[in-house]
Design a protein around this ligand. Structure first.
Ligand SMILES: Cc1cc2nc3c(=O)[nH]c(=O)nc-3n(C[C@H](O)[C@H](O)[C@H](O)COP(=O)(O)OP(=O)(O)OC[C@H]3O[C@@H](n4cnc5c(N)ncnc54)[C@H](O)[C@@H]3O)c2cc1C
Length: 406
């Protein structure tokens, strides 16, 4: 099955589950459905661009951390770590599935005032209660562990060297897609352009593809990334998710550091980390509006005038560096509370969200994919209770805020 070319026309006119978008989330949900022994339904994944060129998935920084402010987000990343480190086991000991590891250099949050240091201290308690290895460090300890930082203005840092850092999420994505297809999930290159519901307005009945076919569905999953709003609108649903631009820069240092650079979150909001033999830096724009879905323009001033001065200030050795590559990508930014939006719509009960990951979605894809599959098969979450992310909190105006958003 997987070796066959992906076509444009679905082989059937009706599926138990139709997934709109086939990147990290569409493929995660599809794979966990295909892996669930109690599910034997049919799944169609509709993906409009099989090159995935403009997706968040292709433009990610692919890191995971346990330094969150909400316990459930810590536990979600702990499952991600377990999944990544035991990938062959999760794939039924398939000998083709590679062993992956986490490059655990940790995230290093730097606080330059007591108020932020207190936030880090409070979060550390939440993380430690879940078994995470986060430690609060004084400026002296930071300097001792990582002499290359300038720490004059730093009052504390928060760092975790266990299961926190870079992972090869794109290999995970490839295997979800490949394995899901081998197990019978059908992918088509097409676009969902309309969604129909029944007269009572409580069930989605079908989707319409850009090629004209009408496909009936039992459940529809919105896995459309930054375009989640457009898919929701087709069903008459409002969603507080916007495409927000995030810049990534890859640079080479004339004098490389003598040890891995943790994913360092400077108090300015610029972050940087080791990236193979190079380094990676990233930041949001100073003014952060919703952008056009196809606006991936770079702004050269951001590197020259903002990012380079900030990283050279924090690590004076980075005065002499050379920009090697750069790109812009889109966060699916949840403007309501910067947390994932999951579960069914309150009225259209077979419309399921996996949206609004606000820059921490790569690492959440194992837990959210598994949970969404459980919801579809059993009508409830069974492994981790993901109900705090339910869409319902939006009409009820009950934000579930994640403070640690990078
Ligand atoms: C610069 C950057 C850095 C990041 N770094 C990290 C990180 O370090 N750690 C982390 O955990 N997360 C990170 N993220 C977030 C993470 O990459 C995303 O949360 C994740 O990739 C989202 O996957 P997705 O499948 O929801 O969306 P996408 O990857 O955008 O995929 C959505 C898919 O839906 C398709 N689609 C949309 N509408 C339709 C339609 N109507 N019909 C058919 N197909 C449709 C699109 O073509 C696309 O393929 C980062 C994101 C960015 C942009």
């Amino acid at each position: 099955m997987a070796s066959q070319k992906i076509g444009t026309t679905p082989s059937e006119s009706s599926y138990d589950v139709v997934i709109v978008g086939g990147a990290m989330y569409g493929s995660s949900v599809a794979w966990f459905l295909s892996d669930n022994p109690d599910f034997n339904g049919s799944v169609l994944v509709v993906e409009k661009d099989p090159s995935y060129e403009f997706t968040s998935t292709a433009r990610t920084n692919s890191c995971m951390r346990q330094q969150f402010s909400q316990e459930i987000n810590v536990r979600i990343s702990q499952f991600a770590a377990d999944f990544v480190k035991n990938m062959p086991k999760y794939f039924g000991d398939d000998p083709r599935v590679p062993d992956l590891s986490i490059q655990s250099y940790g995230y290093m949050y730097l606080a330059n005032n007591e108020a932020f240091a207190d936030v880090l201290r409070d979060c550390q308690k939440i993380q430690a209660a879940c078994g995470a290895g986060t430690k609060i460090l004084s400026a002296e300890q930071i300097k001792n562990d990582y002499p290359f930082y300038k720490t004059d203005d730093i009052v504390a840092g928060s760092h975790n060297l266990i299961d926190e850092g870079y992972f090869d999420g794109n290999t995970l994505f490839d295997w979800w897609k490949r394995s899901a297809r081998e197990r019978g999930v059908e992918y088509v290159t097409n676009e969902v352009v309309a969604i129909n519901s029944n007269e009572q307005g409580n069930k989605v009945t079908s989707v319409v593809l850009s090629s004209g076919e009408k496909i009936d569905c039992g459940t529809i999953v919105n896995a459309s990334g930054p375009r989640a709003v457009l898919t929701a609108k087709m069903a008459g649903i409002d969603l507080p998710v916007e495409p927000r631009k995030r810049y990534t820069f890859i640079f080479d240092a004339e004098q490389p550091l003598d040890r891995d650079l943790p994913l360092t979150i400077d108090p300015t909001g610029v972050h940087m980390r080791t990236d193979g033999t190079y380094y990676l830096a990233g930041c949001p724009p100073d003014v952060d509006p919703a952008v056009d879905y196809m606006d991936f323009d770079q702004d050269p001033n951001i590197w020259e005038e903002k990012v380079w001065p900030i990283i050279a200030n924090r690590i004076p050795q980075f005065e002499a560096i050379k920009l090697m590559n750069s790109w812009a990508g889109h966060y699916a930014f949840n403007t309501f509370d910067q947390n994932a939006i999951l579960g069914p719509h309150t009225e259209l009960t077979n419309f399921i969200f996996v949206n609004g990951f606000s820059g921490h979605g790569f690492q959440q894809s194992p837990a959210m994919g598994r949970g969404t599959a459980e919801l579809i098969v059993y009508g409830e979450y069974r492994s981790l209770d993901l109900s705090p992310f339910n869409y319902q909190r939006i009409p009820e105006n009950q934000p579930f805020v994640e403070k640690a958003v990078i």
